[in-house]
Write a protein that binds this ligand. Structure first.
Ligand code: ADP
Ligand code: MG
Ligand code: MG
Length: 252
């Protein structure tokens, strides 16, 4: 059974073709890690899945629970349970973090036919996650990501994930620029969401986060395609020999 099925995706940003026939299937409960050199198309893949307006899909299909989502608006995909933590979370001055998040959660709850949470109920939910994430309480009332440090932005992304409880969780370099404490907090948040049902796509350059979240599969993405898929043992080889050795193995 697959949750998300990416089939022969070709995608452009502007005039440039970036994904060139990419295939990938995510199953419930499994953690897929994507590694690969800079400029390979990792962020473009994550944006393609969530329907980001920068990306134009020219060929191929993406199915979520068996249904094509390729024509779906990004908001609709989010309501259906697909979540992306961006490599560079945007700052939105003037938009209160808690208000933003409650609006997103209530839209999703409404979509699922559930009762909306009032401000007090939501605050309780939000606060229940803050300590584990090592977030200061003023981050509830500050503007979304405005003036947040790199680590604070990434913790806030994990907070969004914990509150929205998505089924497909895509994390684009969630670990980049984190100190050890932040990395541990972020990893703990991710592991909390591992319930055997959700699917994870974790894009990273570093093995450190993979020590914490224990991926089931490692994919190497290069030049818009997945050129190798293996078990977690591949991480050590990549750490030791770099991407070039893998690429040479495949090309020879
Ligand atoms: P990765 O995340 O693997 O480092 P990206 O998906 O960000 O790679 O980028 C893949 C390629 O697409 C790169 O060559 C990059 O310069 C190009 N690219 C990404 N975004 C844009 C954009 N908005 N405009 C033009 N080119 C882009
Ligand atoms: Mg990059
Ligand atoms: Mg990237």
């Amino acid at each position: 059974m697959t949750t998300l099925e990416i089939e022969n995706i070709h995608a452009k940003i502007g005039e440039k073709e970036i994904l060139k026939g990419l295939n990938l299937a995510l199953e419930p409960g499994k953690v897929h890690a994507i590694m690969g050199p800079n400029g390979a198309g990792k962020s473009t893949l994550s944006k393609t899945i969530v329907g980001h307006y920068d990306v134009e899909v020219t060929e191929g299909d993406i199915r979520y629970k068996g249904k094509s989502i390729i024509e779906m608006e990004p908001e609709e995909r989010a309501l259906e349970g697909i979540f992306l933590s961006f490599q560079h979370p945007v700052e939105i001055p003037g938009v209160n973090n808690a208000y933003f998040l409650r609006t997103a959660l209530n839209a999703k709850r409404k979509h699922e036919g559930k009762e909306e949470l009032n401000a007090a109920e939501f605050l309780r939910l939000m606060k229940s996650h803050l300590e584990m994430l090592g977030m200061k309480s003023d981050m509830i009332s500050r503007s979304l990501n405005e003036g947040f440090s790199g680590g604070e932005k990434k913790r806030n992304e994990i907070l969004q994930m914990l509150i929205l409880e998505p089924e497909v969780i895509i994390l684009d370099e969630i670990d980049s620029g984190l100190d050890i404490d932040a990395l541990r907090a972020v990893s703990e948040g991710i592991n909390k969401m591992k319930d055997g049902k959700r699917s994870f796509l974790v894009i990273t350059h570093y093995s450190r986060i993979l020590d914490y979240i224990e991926p089931d599969y490692i994919h190497v993405l290069k030049d818009g395609r997945i050129i190798k898929t293996a078990g977690p043992e591949l991480v050590a080889q990549l750490e030791e020999e770099g991407y070039e050795s893998i690429i040479e193995d495949i090309e020879s």
